[in-house]
Each structure stands twice: as structure tokens, then as C-alpha cells.
Design a protein around this ligand. Structure first.
Ligand code: NIG
Ligand code: FE
Length: 413
């Protein structure tokens, strides 16, 4: 469908030639065009401008956006969207006072999800995941990364990644896949972490590469999960196959994982709820992108990633959802952006930059999405008539999205 949006109250995130992530003070700048038009041809943004330059084109549908704001869709660079069943019973356990660690110790947590997933057929897993993907698209997500890590056997990890690949084929938004594998130690390994890492690297990874199932690799680098040397081995294995690393690190403890990741210049380090001064210095010396997951902090009641400290240190920041059944049962990026403003004291401009253009770099789709740029996909959010874009994070928990376009196709009916 070819169309032109006209009378757009404000077109956000208009950037040509943005070749780098936005960092430090630059994050405060959200380039916009007021009273604008935007032309979409064959699913691609082909042109835009101020209304006083608008000329009517035959064969283009004209869509009036009076009072409405248009922005690029959210880019969610960290999710575990493919999973089986839910974990509401653990949610109730937590309300009653058990901690995330206590629940994991009694067989809940990641191991619980892995058992469910191993028993779920690929077809069923696809159906469950497809519904979640449709839900997040309707909430404005227009590019998404999906991890494995609830399989914990070669067969089940590959099942997850095949489901993610099928979503990639059947949906029009950019989807990137990440082989997590080292997410928790399966019971059958009896505490022998390095034997499991051998399995992940020597058995699972070559098969995954052979079937071209992953774009990135990941590991849960954390006390009681996987150690520094496990993380180094996984990063090295990724390098061998040309798979950049995106690492879960510093969620509960700072114990050297971030330093290792930064020294290896991994693509991103995700979580960072616990961040020391030294960690910041290591980040500054690297090209690694820090990714904050505020919905996880909200749900687990753990600290929020210190966004202001990252920004003051001239670092880029990325926001993502971490959508998963255990620590973040929500893939709503609008809520992520609200939390970033309310709890992490990011301004709306900083939060929108972090959840669009910077997030696109964190999943290597910056040439396709993340900004209003000629030649990028027409993955767009159109709001209801609203006073200003700050209204979006301000009115947390409310939905002010009227339409989402993916490759120029309307998604909300
Ligand atoms: O990113 N931190 C590790 N993994 C997930 C949570 C996994 C779970 O509890 O199922 C996360 O928060
Ligand atoms: Fe995660």
C-alpha cells in the first residue's frame, strides 16, 4: 500500500546519516519535524517534509494525522519471547515472600520453564509465541530480538530457535535470534558447569550454526549461574563462528563479568542493575552497548540500571523489555519507556532515543529501523491526537497508540 500521512502534528526521530549510537548529552536531542508529511512506498519510507512543501500525488492514499504524533516503532533488542506456558504460581510465591533465588533453588525459575518447554511441541510453541509477537507488535514493537535458553538440550534449544526463525519468515518485522543455551545448569549435570559449557559449545553451537539458527550468542554471567571463565569460553566460541555476543551480566552482582565483556568488545551487556564505578570505566574504554531492562527491575523489585550515571559518563544507553515468563512477563515497550522516565530519571527524549535508534544498533538493524530515514522500513507508530510526545511516558499503563504500521501495512484492526 502506497500512502502519504499528512498534517502530522510532530514527526519524531527524523535522522538522515545517523551512523553511530547516540550517547551522553546527545541523547537529550530528539530531532523532530512539526506539521509534517511522510510518504510510504512499497513498505519503505520514501520521503517526508514540512506541510508547506506538500504536493498531492496521484495513486497515493492520503491519511490525515491532524493532532497525531508519528514515530518509528520501538526496537526491542532483548527478549525471551519464545517460551512455553507461564509461571504465575512463582509470582504468587514471590508475593508471599519467597525471593527469585529461593524460587530457583526449589526447582522453579529457568529450570521450570525448560521442563515445560521440553514437553511442548514445536507447533504448540510456535502458536504460543505467535500470539505474544502479535501482542507486542500491536503495542508498537517493530523489530525484536528473541533468545533461546529455555531448552537447555540441543534438541530443545534448536526447537526454540526454529520457532523464532519461523516467526521471522512469517512476520514482516526484523527479527534477530540469539543462542543463549548457558542460561541455567540442567539438573542432569549435577553441578558440573564446565561439562555443560562443553556441551553448549561443542555439541549445540555447531548444530545451530549448521542450520543457521542464530545471529548472536549470549550467556547468563552471574553468581550461581555461569562464571567468568564460562563467559570467556562462550564469547570465544561465538567469535569462531562470527556470532557477536550479547551478555546477561551484572543483574545481581558485579564480579568481573562486565570487565570481561567490555575487554572483548561484545555487542551489548544487558541488565546492569548493579554497576560499580570500575564497571563504568570499563564500558567507557569499549564499544560495548549498555542495555537497561527496567521492567525486570520493576517486577523483581531490584535496583534500576543507573541511567543517569551512564549518560553523565558520555555512554550510550539502550532500553529493552527482557520479555520472559520469570523476571519480566510483559513485552510492553511503552511501559519500559515510562519506567525509564519515572524510575531511572531519563527524559522522554533520552528514553525514546534509547528505545529506537540505539536499540537498533544493539541488534544490528540500524540500517532498517530505529529512525525516520529515507530508505528505512515504514515501521511506524501513529498516536491518538495528543498534546505532546511526553504524554506517552507520562500516561503510564495507558495505550495512546492508534495504529502501528509494519512495512507500510496497518496492524491494528
Ligand atoms: O533476563 N536473568 C536471566 N534470565 C532472564 C530471566 C529468566 C527467568 O527467570 O526465566 C532475565 O531476566
Ligand atoms: Fe533476559
Amino acid at each position: 500500500m502506497n500512502f502519504i500521512l499528512i498534517n502530522i502534528k510532530e514527526l519524531l526521530q527524523v535522522r538522515e546519516n545517523q551512523t553511530q549510537v547516540v550517547k551522553g548529552k546527545e541523547l537529550q536531542h530528539l530531532p523532530t519535524l512539526k506539521n509534517a508529511w511522510l510518504k510510504v512506498e512499497d513498505g519503505i519510507i520514501s520521503d517526508y517534509g514540512a506541510m508547506d512543501t506538500f504536493e498531492n500525488h496521484a495513486n497515493f492514499k492520503i491519511i490525515d494525522c491532524t493532532g497525531k504524533i508519528v514515530l518509528p516503532t520501538w526496537v526491542d533488542s532483548h527478549t525471551h519471547l519464545v517460551y512455553a506456558g507461564n509461571r504465575e504460581s512463582e509470582f504468587v510465591d514471590r508475593i508471599k515472600g519467597l525471593t527469585y533465588a529461593e524460587i530457583a533453588a526449589k526447582g522453579g525459575g529457568i529450570i521450570n520453564s525448560a521442563e515445560k518447554l521440553q514437553q511442548t511441541s514445536e507447533a504448540d510453541l510456535y502458536q504460543q509465541s505467535k500470539i505474544r509477537l502479535q501482542e507486542v507488535i500491536a503495542m508498537g514493537t517493530g523489530a525484536i530480538e528473541i533468545k533461546s535458553g529455555y531448552g537447555l538440550t540441543a534438541e530443545a534449544e534448536m526447537k526454540m530457535l526454529r520457532v523464532a526463525k519461523r516467526l521471522q519468515k512469517e512476520f514482516d518485522l526484523p527479527i534477530k535470534t540469539t543462542f543463549l543455551g548457558a542460561h541455567a545448569l540442567p539438573k542432569s549435570f549435577n553441578g558440573n558447569t564446565s561439562a555443560y559449557i562443553d556441551e553448549v559449545i561443542d555439541e549445540m553451537l555447531p548444530k545451530i550454526v549448521e542450520e543457521d539458527l542464530a545471529d548472536f550468542i549470549d550467556i547468563f554471567c552471574e553468581k550461581n549461574y555461569f562464571e567468568i571463565e564460562d563467559t570467556q569460553r562462550k564469547i570465544d566460541a561465538g567469535k569462531k563462528y562470527n556470532l557477536p555476543a550479547k551478555v546477561h551480566v551484572n543483574q545481581f552482582t558485579s564480579f568481573g563479568g562486565l570487565q570481561l565483556c567490555a575487554e572483548n568488545n561484545v555487542l551489548s551487556v544487558d541488565h546492569l542493575e548493579v554497576l560499580t564505578e570500575e564497571d563504568i570505566q570499563h564500558l567507557k574504554a569499549s564499544s560495548t552497548l549498555p542495555v537497561a531492562l527496567p521492567s525486570c527491575s520493576f517486577y523483581l523489585e531490584i535496583p534500576y540500571t543507573p541511567a543517569r550515571k551512564l549518560i553523565e559518563n558520555n555512554l550510550p544507553i539502550v532500553l529493552a523489555s527482557d520479555y520472559n515468563p520469570g523476571s519480566t512477563p510483559s513485552g510492553n515497550m511503552n511501559f519500559v519507556v515510562s519506567l525509564a522516565c519515572i524510575k531511572m530519571k531519563m527524559t522522554p527524549e533520552e528514553a525514546i532515543n534509547a528505545a529506537t535508534i540505539n536499540a537498533a544498533f544493539a541488534m544490528q538493524v540500524e540500517n532498517k529501523v530505529g529512525s525516520i530515514t529515507k530508505g528505512k522500513l515504514a515501521n511506524l507508530i501513529i498516536t491518538e491526537p495528543i498534546h505532546s510526545y511526553a504524554f506517552l511516558p507520562y500516561s503510564f499503563g495507558c495505550n495512546h497508540i492508534e495504529e502501528v504500521y509494519i512495512k507500510g501495512q496497518p496492524q491494528i484492526h
